[in-house]
Design a protein around this ligand. Structure first.
Ligand SMILES: Cc1ncc(COP(=O)(O)O)c(C=O)c1O
Length: 421
């Protein structure tokens, strides 16, 4: 059935809106979003907060796992679930793929890459493990990564090491660099003529550290090494476009800062590298250079993919730069008030441009799990304990979101000042 025939029968069934995704135009120029309130305009952000339904039982400062949806996106999601359920297999067999591709196009416009270099996946884990597991590794090939990287990717590198004899070289990212070059150098030192791939986090999940990805890519490319970026936390958190990074592969989770329902991600692959990747799930009938070859996962909830468009519209209206400014403001609001206190350790770089919403603080001599429990039980603040000896991080990750108020952060500051081992 072609699209016109489908639309005709859909309108007979009273479900005409199902096939339509909002126009791509809305997402094409986030940089051109209307100038608006700055990061410290609390009345604007109070309006944003009104758009969320929040649990009154605790202050949620654990938006790093995923960002709950504002009601506008949640309502759109519910509508998509109902619409898909109404049509059942008819939807799946007619416009499902077309709509998913339209969502991928809109995402590609958002990040500024070509739509034939990007697919919608289920999450960052799928995106990046597709690359790590899909390269043609030879015994003795080397890969460079960091102790501060995410466990699922490090585990996949361990697996390819066992399977193909790849040698993994782990570096430690400088905790509080004063220049980009300190970080670039740490990666450069691990590269040898055998290095094939370098993995780097755009934003380290346990500390919030934003790494100088462009400079790392340029350095690696000058030595003939490809770069894969773990952007799980960067998309719709900090304002960037894919060409600014000059990376070869990029993975992100859309259920994090873009507030898409759980179970959506993206994979970007530089056009010339698409043909050489072996997909995790084989896909027949596609050209070797077609990125959709890397996109066969079996049945997946289509309402999640349909909501990508609504989430992009919401984010675009807020404005990428404005959102980044607010998130950085919130983090700086509380860290400025506790940095330097002798009983605390802050694991996030001091220079403001090297982090955004996420930061990590520990109480010296207190186990992170105890700290998280005390924050929740005594102060009603929900965070996550990070106790990672390899990465040298022993604190609680604190992640506000656009709905967080400075009054809530005052509660955190009060708690941190009072808590001693
Ligand atoms: C840096 C980083 N990479 C990858 C992931 C995995 O994301 P997902 O579980 O959505 O695949 C996370 C999750 O928190 C992360 O923080």
């Amino acid at each position: 059935m072609d699209k016109r025939t489908f639309l005709k029968s859909a309108s007979i069934l009273g479900i005409g809106s199902l096939a339509a995704l909002p126009s791509l135009a809305a997402a094409t120029d986030i940089a051109g979003a209307a100038p608006g309130p700055a990061g410290d305009d609390n009345s604007y952000w109070a309006g944003i907060r009104k758009g969320y339904k929040l649990k009154p039982d605790y202050i949620n400062l654990e938006n790093g796992y995923y960002c709950i949806q504002p009601q506008e996106i949640l309502n759109a999601y519910k509508k998509h679930i109902e619409e898909v359920n109404l049509q059942g297999a008819y939807y799946m067999r007619t416009v499902q793929a077309e709509n998913k591709n339209a969502a991928a196009k809109k995402l590609a416009a958002l990040v500024g890459c070509s739509s034939d270099e990007l697919v919608v996946t289920r999450n960052t884990t799928e995106s990046l493990n597709m690359i790590i597991g899909g390269l043609d590794w030879k015994p003795g090939d080397e890969a460079v990564m960091a102790h501060q990287d995410y466990g699922a990717m490090l585990d996949m590198f361990k697996q390819v090491s066992k399977r193909y004899g790849v040698v993994n070289k782990l570096i430690s990212v400088p905790a509080d660099p004063q220049t980009d070059e300190e970080v670039v150098e740490a990666y450069a030192r691990a590269i040898t003529p055998k290095t094939k791939l370098l993995m780097v986090c755009h934003m380290v999940n346990i500390t919030g550290h934003i790494l100088p990805v462009r400079k790392i890519c340029d350095m690696a490319h000058s030595k003939g090494v490809e770069v894969m970026v773990d952007g799980a936390h960067a998309l719709a958190h900090i304002d960037f476009r894919m060409p600014d990074l000059n990376c070869d592969y990029y993975g992100s989770s859309l259920h994090k800062w873009l507030s898409v329902p759980l179970g959506a991600g993206l994979l970007y692959v530089k056009k010339e590298y698409i043909p050489k990747i072996w997909p995790i799930f084989a896909e027949g009938g596609k050209e070797q250079g077609d990125i959709l070859r890397l996109n066969h996962t079996g049945t997946h909830p289509p309402a999640t993919d349909l909501t990508i468009s609504d989430a992009i519209d919401y984010y675009t209206r807020m404005g990428a730069a404005r959102k980044e400014e607010r998130l950085r403001y919130l983090q700086q609001y509380w860290t400025k008030r506790v940095r330097g206190l002798s009983h605390l350790e802050i694991y996030t770089p001091t220079q403001p441009q090297r982090s955004c919403a996420i930061a990590n603080v520990g109480v010296k001599g207190m186990k992170p799990a105890t700290m998280a429990e005390t924050l929740l039980k005594k102060y009603g603040i929900y965070t996550v304990a990070i106790d990672n000896a390899d990465a040298g991080v022993h604190g609680c990750r604190i992640t506000p979101n656009v709905y967080t108020t400075t009054a809530e952060l005052d509660e955190l500051v009060k708690a941190l000042k009072e808590m001693h081992a």
